[in-house]
Write a protein of this length. Sequence first.
Length: 146
Amino acid sequence: MSTDSPAYGVIRDGIALREQGRAPEAKALLESLIPEADRSDDPYLQIFLAHSLADVQETPEAELAWDLRALALMDSLTDAQAHARGNPGGKNALLPSLHLNLAVDYRRLGDLPNARHHYALGEAHLDALADDAYGDSIRTAYAEGL
């Protein structure tokens, strides 16, 4: 696994563009990485890209598709790979955010049973989050509820 791939920086740039309200630019930048990620043997890169792409989609259906892709890719990620990318809680530290996004996606689509299901799945892994700003933001989102 290449932990110094320039693709990680491009994804962070895409996230910054989205946070600046420049979602179309972010989407174009992130989509440019799809061929590289598809060829990569780095599941963390693939998950990070899919998770980030979900946040720049125009429709809830497209957002759901990318979030489901990110979750499906979790099967190929090991705890060691997640630790190597700076997740002290291993791969389980990624699950609260992934499931929260899926819960929100399903809620937007009016599928409350699936929304509640993913909310509960993510909530079950909150203890894997680090005690840092990111972990705090995810815990706060769960505390606010669906």
